[in-house]
Design a protein around this ligand. Structure first.
Ligand SMILES: Nc1ncnc2c1ncn2[C@@H]1O[C@H](COP(=O)(O)OP(=O)(O)O)[C@@H](O)[C@H]1O
Ligand SMILES: [Mg+2]
Length: 278
């Protein structure tokens, strides 16, 4: 799907292509992906496992480079890690030998700095971790660890938050609680959020738009606007409109998966592949 430059775009992905060089040959993970994410928008990316969601997100973060194409933040190409961009992964990745306060301070220490204490205190309060700063990660539940990871990511005051299946390991009640928390924090301090999830319900609850990716090599197959007002209540999630939207997205992903297992006609190599090989 080709994108037209959106004047309000915060993140611009253009012809993003990533080829992994592996021992068994080249693997095209994403192929000419185009996407505009607007400032203060929440966009979810869904799609079959292995379709390149994480690869796309990492290229948005600057954590790895693309084989071809580019990602721009506020019009400037992203070429490496950027303090404007915060990340949350499925695993909270807290250092087990440091307490929560010291885990949150760690990325600042590496750069020889300190977090804004008042801001961190506010975030800890916001996520319900008041008084937990001295606790070690092992003393906390998975949900609490993930709240701490959210605080760590937001402690930098990033303008973009990238999340890769951040609540995928949590039970469904904790997950819903985290979804409401993210919406609340976002309504208070709107950042641009890109979220990968395998929960269509989570995608619809949180997003302004849901992006469906095709199987590998991943491309943007379709984009669904989610026009429901915020804050989104549990009642909204049980309406006919939401049900219909979730069904449409689900059927599309199943359809994409089927097309993955069906034999494909030989496709001519993409221009990007030619470039990468030369
Ligand atoms: N570092 C890597 N080296 C080689 N292949 C990789 C690497 N990372 C991911 N892949 C492959 O690229 C494809 C897309 O992976 P990924 O972006 O993790 O997909 P998703 O997040 O949608 O499950 C998969 O086939 C995966 O095995
Ligand atoms: Mg992934």
């Amino acid at each position: 799907m080709d994108a037209v430059d959106d004047p309000n775009a915060k993140l611009t992905v253009r012809q993003a292509t990533k080829i992994y060089r592996t021992a068994s040959g080249d693997l095209v993970a994403i192929d000419r992906c185009n996407l505009d994410v607007r400032a203060r928008e929440i966009v979810s990316i869904v799609g079959p496992s292995g379709c390149g969601k994480t690869t796309l997100l990492w290229s948005m973060s600057g954590l790895h480079g693309l084989t071809a194409g580019e990602v721009r933040l506020d019009g400037k190409p992203i070429t490496g890690p950027n303090p404007e961009i915060g990340m949350v992964f499925q695993d909270a990745n807290l250092l087990p030998w440091r307490n929560l306060d010291s885990n949150i301070a760690f990325p600042f220490e590496i750069k020889g700095g300190k977090p804004d204490r008042a801001w961190v205190d506010h975030l800890m309060h916001r996520v319900g971790l008041d008084g937990f700063g001295a606790k070690m990660p092992r003393e906390l539940s998975g949900g609490m660890q993930q709240r701490a990871a959210l605080v760590r990511a937001l402690s930098f005051k990033p303008s973009v938050l990238l999340m890769d299946e951040p609540f995928g390991a949590l039970d469904s009640f904790t997950r819903e609680e985290m979804n409401r928390l993210v919406e609340e924090i976002w309504m208070e301090t709107p950042t641009t959020i890109v979220l990968i999830t395998h929960s269509i319900e989570e995608a619809v609850f949180l997003s302004d738009r849901v992006v469906v990716m095709s199987p590998r090599p991943g491309r943007v197959a379709s984009i669904h606007p989610v026009p429901f007002p915020r804050p989104r209540s549990i009642e909204i999630m049980t309406t006919r409109e939401v049900f219909d939207l979730m069904t449409t997205i689900k059927l599309e992903i199943v359809g994409e998966r089927k097309s993955l297992s069906a034999p494909k006609p030989a496709a001519p190599p993409s221009a990007a592949l030619d470039r990468a090989a030369s």
